[in-house]
Write a protein that binds this ligand. Sequence first.
Ligand SMILES: Nc1ncnc2c1ncn2[C@@H]1O[C@H](COP(=O)(O)OP(=O)(O)OP(=O)(O)O)[C@@H](O)[C@H]1O
Ligand SMILES: [Mg+2]
Length: 270
Amino acid sequence: MGVALADPTQIHQVLMNLCTNAAHAMDDKGILEVELSHVDLSKSDLTDQSIVDLKPGPYLKLCVSDTGSGMDKATLERIFDPYFTTKEVGKGSGLGLAVVHGIIKRHDGAATVRSEPGKGSTFCIYIPAVEANTGVVVETGQAPPTGTERILLIDDEQMVLESETAILERLGYTVTPETNSLRAIEIFRFRPNEFDLIITDYTMPKLTGTDLFQEIRQIRPDIPVILCTGFSEKITAAVAVDLGVELVMKPFSMKQLAELIRKVLRAQEP
Ligand SMILES: Nc1ncnc2c1ncn2[C@@H]1O[C@H](COP(=O)(O)OP(=O)(O)OP(=O)(O)O)[C@@H](O)[C@H]1O
Ligand SMILES: [Mg+2]
């Protein structure tokens, strides 16, 4: 299919704006089509007024079509203008397509529109593709590793706990979140074999990470533990090695955590 160098958040925005417009144009029934293809544009293809400025070469082409109201010529001429809208006051700001246009320009791309009143519209955007054989190293970013193990997650900050739970669940894990370290110990004491890994914050009001860790080891010596620490905390890598825990410094990325979890669990394998 090919790869483009683009900001995923911005491309997401482009797609959202085009699809929202398409949905609005169709009221309650119609067909919305989204198509991604790889095209090689030669000089002779670049005749359409809106893409004449593109350089010939490979592009990713993303099209959004609808079978909605379509647009007349007068409307078509102005759709990319900031604040141009045909929607009622309060319904549309007229910025959607202006934003799309800005994003595409920043990616050295272009957009075309075809529309027929009463029939529908097709918006296509072109973003330059990067060919693997041009010598450019394409860093597509490896997805973080996933897993299905059961994790007891302890952090006294509710917000942190919730976001970490969401991240771990998205990676596939079954998570038991707990804000109170004493209660966490009780949960673990009650069913020690129902967890594959414990991830805990180091600094907590009732029981610090190291004390908590000692308790955990008494209950089940072989359970792997990851300690999350801030920069100012006194636990060092050497202490962690002594304790036999893995350390992760806050703030950490989802990918860092995902990789560390796999490393720790791999070490457990017989
Ligand atoms: N798929 C479409 N079908 C019909 N008309 C469209 C379509 N997409 C855009 N338009 C027209 O272009 C105008 C400008 O679109 P744009 O997305 O910039 O603003 P908006 O949708 O009116 O408001 P906003 O996106 O800021 O909420 C719309 O008001 C509409 O008249
Ligand atoms: Mg819009």
